[in-house]
Design a binder for this molecule. Structure first.
Ligand code: ASP
Length: 324
């Protein structure tokens, strides 16, 4: 066998890079999944990882890699974000997204928008605007139009499955998470997120969601809240969360992982354990998070039954898993 020493040299000198992606945590049981559905979910997570990983491999930035990963998930009807977003009590869609760059702590966030095809692109546009960090509702839609972002009509966001979820929630008059029954033990959060480290040592995190079915009163979860659902700092790590949004806001979960590393010297694993399996658990918060640190350690941790998740590093191998 001929060894190409040039390639080996390039590989050995390539700086570390990695990306992790989630498609929501919750009661995801093998017994409730068909082999076909499982394959569909796994394939979708794999494609999202691949989209980001190729950018990282060719020397692209972590912020662009996670954006591309999230676009594939927002365009995928399987997940509660973008096209697959759940219905609000008004029968419309209310999407949230946020993104953060660990290099300079730039952040962009958008909440309660409808019609925007890719809310993550809107969050990114906000991040790049020196005057803004967080915008919402009609004003945010106006901003999206002015930024030339793509809009879609109601038909694009419609799916029979989501409509049936909406009817069920309407019957009970209560908002529900992305799951199809009112059984409290059957929760599923379909939010999507990505975190990455690029070859320049820069970290980035992003999260996007359609929120909760039949949601009222303009409820906003953790996903667009910088520090709660999303956080990134080159001093520590990049984090994207999924789960009971109110609990993640109360624990400032994403920032807490970063702070535990930065101020208390915890490892990424210790910090994630502390937040997900102690702080959130103690107050009844269900869900999980994905995180990556500056040394390219990756954690994908959850206190629920499962989490759609996966990652890839320099070797190009893609690892995807769903259950505990
Ligand atoms: N965290 C999201 C929210 O509370 C839900 C999810 O993760 O699916 O809006």
């Amino acid at each position: 066998m001929l060894i190409n020493f040039n390639r080996v040299f390039l590989f050995l000198n390539m700086k570390k890079f990695g990306i992790a992606v989630h498609g929501g945590a919750g009661t995801i049981l093998k017994s409730k999944m068909t082999a076909e559905k499982e394959k569909e979910y796994s394939k979708s997570i794999e494609l999202a990882i691949k989209a980001g990983s190729e950018i990282l491999k060719s020397g692209g930035k972590s912020i662009d890699a996670i954006t591309e990963s999230l676009i594939t998930l927002e365009d995928n009807p399987l997940f509660n974000a973008g096209k697959g977003s759940v219905f609000t009590s008004a029968g419309s869609h209310s999407m949230d997204a946020s993104i953060m760059s660990g290099k300079d702590l730039q952040a962009g966030s958008v909440s309660s928008v409808s019609g925007v095809r890719n809310p993550i692109l809107l969050a990114k546009a906000v991040m790049l605007d020196p005057d803004l960090v967080m915008i919402s509702g009609k004003g945010a839609e106006e901003y999206a139009r002015a930024s030339g972002l793509k809009f879609e009509d109601e038909k694009y966001f419609y799916s029979e499955f989501r409509f049936q979820q909406y009817l069920k929630a309407a019957e009970n008059g209560k908002a529900m998470l992305d799951h199809s029954t009112f059984d409290e033990s059957d929760k599923k959060f379909g939010t999507v997120g990505a975190v990455a480290l690029d070859q320049y040592g820069d970290l980035a995190a992003a999260t996007s969601t359609g929120g909760m079915t039949f949601v009222k009163f303009g409820r906003i979860g953790d996903s667009p809240v910088i520090g709660a659902g999303t956080y990134a700092s080159n001093n520590s790590c990049a984090v994207s969360c999924t789960g009971d949004g109110e609990f993640f806001i109360r624990t400032i979960a994403a920032y807490d992982v970063s702070a535990l590393m930065e101020y208390k010297g915890l490892t990424l694993r210790e910090a994630c354990e502390e937040v997900v399996n102690r702080k959130l658990r103690e107050i009844g918060g269900e869900g999980g998070l994905i995180a990556i640190d500056k040394d390219c350690n990756i954690e994908m941790i959850f206190n629920s039954q499962g989490m759609y998740r996966g990652f890839s590093k320099n070797d190009g191998e893609i690892y995807v898993s769903i259950y505990n």
